[in-house]
Design a protein around this ligand. Structure first.
Ligand code: HEC
Length: 182
């Protein structure tokens, strides 16, 4: 004997005709949803705007792109950053930046694992929007940049002759090794 599909009433049970009809509604509705879903799935990709070919960032990358290994901050800036870090950050991320049980380390592999491949601009925005947690965004942009310089120094990236400026941040790539990200 053929097995009867579970979702239909067994023919061996006494089933009243209108009960069988009652099942047709949900089945038809389900079928409609599937067909409608497939239709929408087919339409949506067409409706999405095509990505602009060659964004402005990519255009400027060739000349302007640097990495954190290119001496992108000055030693004096990192020193200013150290004082600001001590005031606003070290209570959680620890004086040596290694963090504690609740605050992540800002140096070493955990730093490059999270931020490697990103730009300093992304890190800067991330810090300004979220740190310090109770009053994010309360330091000046200059102060956040100075702290960033200090974080770079503590990660062993070399200092250079120039300070980290706001309009450079988006073109500086964070990379674990000197030859990454080029
Ligand atoms: C009250 C404690 C506290 C203070 C003060 C604080 N942070 Fe944090 N910070 C955290 C915690 C907790 C996290 C993880 C949760 C999160 O990302 O929001 C974090 C995350 C971060 C991250 C992301 C790290 C990662 O790799 O995921 C950065 C960068 C950072 N903080 C930088 C700073 C800087 C710079 C300052 C000072 C301006 C600062 N924090 C002040 C507690 C703190």
């Amino acid at each position: 004997m053929r097995r009867w599909p579970r979702f239909l009433p067994s023919p061996h049970r006494e089933v009243r005709i209108d009960e069988r009809w009652a099942l047709c509604g949900p089945i038809r509705a389900g079928l409609f949803r599937v067909v409608f879903g497939l239709w929408v799935a087919g339409i949506l990709p067409l409706a999405r705007p095509a990505p602009a070919s060659g964004s402005s960032v990519q255009d400027t990358q060739a000349e302007d792109q640097r990495t954190v290994w290119d001496g992108v901050y000055s030693a004096a800036q990192a020193e200013r950053g150290q004082a600001l870090y001590r005031e606003s950050c070290s209570s959680c991320h620890a004086p040596d930046l290694r963090g504690d049980n609740t605050s992540p380390s800002l140096v070493g592999m955990s730093f490059t694992f999270l931020w490697g491949g990103s730009t300093l601009g992304a890190l800067f925005e991330g810090i300004r929007e979220r740190m310090p947690p109770v009053r994010p965004g309360t330091l000046t942009a200059q102060s956040y940049r100075d702290i960033l310089a200090f974080v770079l120094a503590k990660n062993g990236y070399p200092s250079g002759g120039q300070e980290l400026e706001g309009d450079h941040l988006d073109y500086i790539i964070i990379s674990a090794q000197p030859d990454d990200g080029r």
